[in-house]
Write a protein that binds this ligand. Structure first.
Ligand SMILES: NC(=O)c1ccc[n+]([C@@H]2O[C@H](COP(=O)([O-])OP(=O)(O)OC[C@H]3O[C@@H](n4cnc5c(N)ncnc54)[C@H](OP(=O)(O)O)[C@@H]3O)[C@@H](O)[C@H]2O)c1
Length: 362
């Protein structure tokens, strides 16, 4: 009987949240990734519902042995494709394509074999550097991309649109485009330092090293960015809940959902939450004019170097529409993270970071 949800990328930030959600509802899940998912907070009663197989989406058949492939297809009632190379290291798409494009093709083949609907997790940043409103129906607007990750995700999603446009799509396909996902409860084992957490980590490092050199009051570091700009932040558990709710509704098939909050999070609110987590003014945004008048000091420059991949995201004006999400899942789905929630997540990240470095010392 086809009861299982199949989730690729189950060991990642969003994958773990989706796993947690389905398992806590009592749904059996087959997780596919190269490393097993780590879920320290999972209720023991949920464990028998989870099976994990090593799988590499860049390989045909995901590199599964033929018997396991058949077993996965026999059991799958729905396939969520989350696996992706998500770093921003390379400027062009080529090195990402084996995972972020070929991987999509291999997972579609699995969904087709299983005759199971496919939920593909893309990203809102298929918009690239598009500066205005970006709607669910938009894809190729002639935009440029900030890095090879964005471009490769665009190519992966474009491939699926081609399949969906064909007269007879092999299985129902739904595209989900999350904004920037923030882990609500980061733990020492979370592993990924991404988005706002990269800034927290870099600032904490610089403050630690200033402290080690006997500097009692490290200066407030400056980050080149626009306080009036905003970011489409969403919490991981809210994205997982939206995916589960949308997947449960057959009307979601053939649609694109932008998994963003009703409002973007302003950079100034983000700065306040950041400093609340540190308990003092640790960092602030400063614009080009200020940096022109007072160039970066060595600490500002080090911070800029450690956070380079994200510099291009600190002056965003794009607005993502979410009419499909509102229509199918309701306007209360994926609420806007507020300052208190962000500060709590940031504090938890800093606590997890110190715990990791204590563990490293013992
Ligand atoms: N985080 C965000 O802010 C965000 C925003 C928008 C969209 N998304 C999308 O959401 C999805 C999940 O992102 P995430 O933040 O959870 O990423 P992540 O934490 O970096 O996790 C990536 C996942 O992909 C798996 N993976 C990578 N290469 C693989 C391969 N060759 N074969 C099989 N699995 C592979 C990793 O597992 P192993 O290393 O164990 O194989 C891991 O489970 C991605 O498609 C991403 O593009 C994320």
């Amino acid at each position: 009987m086809k009861e299982h949800l199949v989730i690729t990328g189950a060991s990642g930030l969003v994958g773990r949240a989706l796993l947690r959600n389905y398992l806590s509802r009592g749904c059996p899940v087959i997780a596919l990734s190269r490393k097993p998912p780590v879920l320290p907070d999972l209720a023991p009663a949920c464990l028998p519902l989870l099976s994990w197989h090593w799988g590499d989406v860049s390989l045909p058949g995901l590199g599964l042995d033929p018997a396991t492939y058949v077993e996965v297809c026999d059991k799958a009632r729905m396939v969520f494709h989350l696996a992706a190379r998500t770093d921003f290291k390379d400027g062009t798409a080529a090195s990402y394509l084996p995972v972020n494009l070929e991987g999509v093709k291999h997972v579609l083949a699995l969904a087709r074999e299983a005759q199971a609907p496919l939920h593909h997790v893309s990203t809102a940043f298929v918009c690239g550097d598009w500066p205005g409103e970006f709607q669910e129906g938009d894809l190729d607007l002639g935009q440029h991309f900030r890095n090879g990750y964005e471009e490769s995700k665009f190519l992966g999603e474009s491939f699926l649109h081609g399949v969906m446009a064909a007269a007879s799509a092999p299985v129902p396909i739904t595209i989900h485009r999350p904004g920037i996902v923030v882990e609500r409860n980061p733990s020492a084992g979370s592993g990924k330092t991404f988005g706002p957490f990269l800034f927290l980590d870099a600032v904490a490092r610089l403050r630690d090293s200033a402290g080690a050199k006997g500097v009692a009051e490290p200066p407030t570091l400056r980050v080149q960015g626009n306080r009036a700009a905003h970011l489409p932040l969403v919490f991981d558990d809210a994205v997982a809940e939206a995916l589960v709710r949308l997947a449960a509704n057959p009307e979601s098939a053939g649609r694109v959902f932008q998994l963003v909050a009703p409002q973007e999070v302003g950079n100034s609110l983000l700065e306040d939450a950041f400093n609340e987590a540190f308990g003092q003014p640790a960092a602030r945004f400063a614009g080009d004019e200020e940096f022109n008048g007072r160039p970066a000091n060595p600490l500002d420059a080090l911070l800029a170097r450690k956070t380079t991949p994200y510099a291009a995201y600190l002056d965003l004006s794009v607005h993502f529409t979410r009419s499909n999400l509102d229509a199918i899942a309701g306007a209360e789905m994926l609420p806007t993270p507020n300052q208190a929630e962000l500060a709590l997540a940031f504090k938890a990240f800093l606590a997890a970071r110190s715990q990791r470095s204590q563990q490293g010392r013992t």
